[in-house]
Write a protein that binds this ligand. Structure first.
Ligand SMILES: Cc1cc2nc3c(=O)[nH]c(=O)nc-3n(C[C@H](O)[C@H](O)[C@H](O)COP(=O)(O)O)c2cc1C
Length: 398
């Protein structure tokens, strides 16, 4: 039995928690699970805003029933077609055959393509309104915040923004559903990991969407993942503004690959020199141990990055190659890069890492340090010099 959670008069959170799925998009670890949020407006007309992942549909149907009983759903607004939100569309349509599905001109072909649904579709354009009785919805397109059809829905009476994936987070809603019912700072890291890995490539569409939303008076942000935000709205908007414009804070991520410890030693020496110069936030990651989503999340947070790799079959270590490829694919901007490498007969790794930084137009700090065999005095000193140069560059920005 479910007790629906109310956002305001007639408006309910009917989302579900998923603590079983190991990998989001079959790729990103979910140690704290994930919530699929959906909302229901029980007005003269009943409107459902997005659905949930198909595996959770039974819980979801019970929640719908708890709010509207045997009343039918009149409208299903699809803000985003990704299966973690649109997965239950077909089942909902079968239960409510007269229900109209509301989407924009990019959504509706996807509804047909994924579900074969061609009837009772309502196409909305930028700024269109839908009157439910005492509540009125208005639609704003937000293309590529995360897919091309993504839109957001603004409820005008209570000033609620149903924001799709924007402002979402990994992590389940453990009792607390609203940001002020929990220690919201606990979600910051998972919000950034969600943003950077899922939406991070689309910084400029996010900037455009933020610009558009700045014209709205928003009292509640109701995203499709993570807490419903009503007490930290300026803070969350600022976080999104910073991440999508690649604004970072002082600090260094040191990501290394190492089979036998030589490259790791170089990374440690460099990090120590950085710390001795007064930089406090330094995070060292072994790319073979920590999932890249965590490393990428911290790269979105901190200005400087040290990449360290042994040469492996005349290339980068494969796990470093994978990280670097992801960063390229996301077109991460505006970082300082230090480079370290280790080899035994012909070094290539340092050259590759430097080329990667140049391709992304990052500022390369100092000279790449590449050691043959074990770390010896001269290269040890060069690692320290590189660390000091990185610290100086960061301090020059203070
Ligand atoms: C599978 C494998 C492939 C390697 N390929 C190269 C290579 O192409 N060129 C080279 O100079 N060293 C190569 N090496 C040697 C390592 O780059 C070298 O031992 C390095 O110091 C290892 O760093 P680590 O101790 O951080 O793992 C290879 C080592 C392994 C295990």
């Amino acid at each position: 039995m479910y007790q629906p959670v109310q956002l305001s008069e007639d408006i309910f959170y009917i989302g579900v928690n998923d603590r079983r799925t190991e990998l989001f998009e079959n790729m990103w670890p979910l140690p704290r699970g994930v919530a699929y949020n959906s909302y229901l407006i029980n007005d003269g007309k009943v409107a459902l805003l997005d659905t949930v992942e198909i595996g959770q549909v039974e819980k979801f149907l019970k929640k719908i029933h708890a709010v509207i009983g045997d009343k039918p759903v009149d409208y299903l607004v699809i803000n985003h077609m990704e299966p973690d939100h649109a997965g239950s569309v077909n089942i909902i349509r079968q239960l409510y055959p007269d229900m109209k599905i509301v989407g924009n001109k990019k959504t509706l072909p996807m509804v047909e393509g994924f579900f074969g649904i061609t009837e009772n579709l309502v196409e909305v354009k930028e700024g269109d309104e839908l009157d439910l009785g005492s509540h009125k919805l208005q639609f704003f397109l937000a293309p590529m915040v995360h897919w091309p059809e993504t839109m957001v829905t603004y409820e005008q009476t209570q000033k609620i923004l149903f924001s799709a994936d924007a402002f979402g987070s990994f992590g389940t809603l453990d009792g607390g559903v609203f940001d002020d019912e929990m220690d919201f700072s606990w979600f910051h890291d998972e919000m950034r990991r969600y943003y950077s890995n899922i939406v991070g490539k689309y910084g400029s569409p996010v900037q455009k969407a933020l610009e558009k939303l700045s014209a709205l008076d928003i009292k509640i942000i109701a995203a499709t993942h993570g807490p419903i935000i009503r007490s930290h709205i300026p803070e969350v908007l600022k976080m999104y503004d910073d991440w999508s414009s690649h604004k970072t804070q002082e600090g260094v991520v040191v990501a290394f690959a190492s089979m036998y410890g030589n490259t790791e030693e170089m990374a440690e020496v460099t990090a120590r020199a950085i710390a001795e110069q007064g930089i406090r936030d330094i995070r060292i990651y072994d790319v073979s141990k920590t999932h890249s989503s965590y490393i990428i999340s911290d790269i979105f947070k901190y200005k400087a990055l040290v990449l360290a790799s042994p040469t492996y079959s005349n290339e980068l270590h494969p796990n470093m190659e994978a990280l670097v490829n992801k960063l390229k694919h996301m077109a991460v901007k505006d970082h300082y890069l230090g480079v370290l490498g280790s080899f035994t007969w012909a070094g290539t790794a340092a050259k590759r890492l430097k080329e990667f930084g140049e391709e992304l137009k990052w500022e390369i700090i100092g000279t790449p340090v590449e050691e043959k065999h074990a770390l010896k005095k001269q290269k040890y000193d060069e690692c320290r010099d590189l660390g000091e140069a990185i610290a100086s560059r960061l301090k020059a920005d203070r």
